[in-house]
Design a protein around this ligand. Sequence first.
Ligand code: ZN
Length: 254
Amino acid sequence: MPQCCCHQRFRRITDVRDDSEISRVLAIAAHPDDLDFGAAGTIALWTGRGIDVVYCIVTDGDAGGFDETFPRVEMAPLRRAEQTAAAKCVGVHDVRFLGYPDGRVEAGIGLRRDLARVIRQVRPDRVVCPSPERNYARVGASHPDHRAVGSAALDAVYPDARNPFAFPELAADEGLAAWTVGEVWIAGSPAPDRYVDVTDTFPRKLAALRAHESQTGHLTDLDARLRGRLAASAERAGLGDGRLAEAFQVLETA
Ligand SMILES: [Zn+2]
């Protein structure tokens, strides 16, 4: 397998790997709660099938919240605690925070190295990350932090994590060998091509989102709002009435 090849391109695949071939997943997000809005129903399915899932959250979401109920200085530790509790709702017990400031994330070399480090530590078969593309149909999905993290995550998948000559300090100082991720699932993509039926795990996804009390405590219609969005995805996927689905764009990256 080439370690570095200028002809290599990410490409869409229709034959996504079966979950039985997947041992570990690394789910990368910009903020606490992003994964719970975009992917927690799917992640609950994966952990239920025995797949180890690790979360890597780039910021502490310290610019989040809906009022001044919580003092700003307490927001970062509060949101870490909320994300850790939310992760447990869907079977995830390893949550890593990179501590970048909320609202100021750039897809620079530092973030690429930090994400390549986590990829080499976790050695995932599959990575989940946000989209680097702006979604003009859903402005909220295209927060600048999301796009920056999506861009850096894809750069970390290819070429940084797999190229032993990229960030040589990771190997020299930390003993982290190169690692090739097999596929990437982009959440919040403007061009989804993979729909996962999460009807059965929806209650766990909802519980995870409720764990983000500082973000969702004021949303009395959270259940209905989520059901509406997921039902629309299920309809696009032709899953039938009453079904709920999360949507992804899947890239083959091996
Ligand atoms: Zn976010």
